[in-house]
Design a protein around this ligand. Structure first.
Ligand code: DQA
Length: 143
């Protein structure tokens, strides 16, 4: 099955962006690791990153008709702001796991609110790039 991996704003800078918080792995490293693991299990990864809210909304809407079975979503800063992206996921009824590299609950208070967690199958946060891998294992177990 096809698994969509959606990355929100500033995640294109992974590896150089606040590495003490987000680690040294680049987005390409993370996507490559996920693609290899999914392929070994007989599934496919399609990764998409955008800094623009409407592009993420459009990508979620496109999942309606393109055979996407499941999504891993790191909404990044949109976690704490985007009703529009939340509504897109609710509209498309795409099952997804919310992923964060850092543990937002251990940071600034404004990061404790997520517009996604109550819609998500589950949430994985705080394990750096491994958060995505753990989320993928959970997704694979459900496909
Ligand atoms: C993040 C946490 C968010 O609070 C932050 O805005 C990000 C990344 C994470 O993966 O830890 O950009 O989603």
């Amino acid at each position: 099955a096809k698994i969509l991996v959606l990355h929100g704003p500033n995640l294109n800078l992974l590896g150089e962006r606040e590495p003490e918080i987000y680690g040294r792995a680049t987005l390409d490293d993370i996507n490559a690791r996920l693609a290899a693991r999914a392929a070994a299990a007989g599934h496919q990864i399609e990764a998409f990153q955008s800094n623009a809210e409407h592009e993420l909304v459009d990508r979620v809407q496109a999942a309606r008709g393109d055979g996407t079975a499941f999504a891993l979503l790191n909404p990044a800063a949109f976690t704490h702001t985007s009703v529009a992206l939340r509504d897109a996921l609710a509209a498309v009824k795409l099952p997804f796991i919310e992923v964060h590299l850092s543990n937002p609950h251990a940071r600034e208070p404004f990061r404790r609110t997520s517009y996604f967690s109550d819609l998500a199958v589950g949430v994985v946060c705080g394990f750096g790039a491994d958060s995505y891998s753990y989320a993928l294992e959970a997704a694979l177990a459900r496909l």
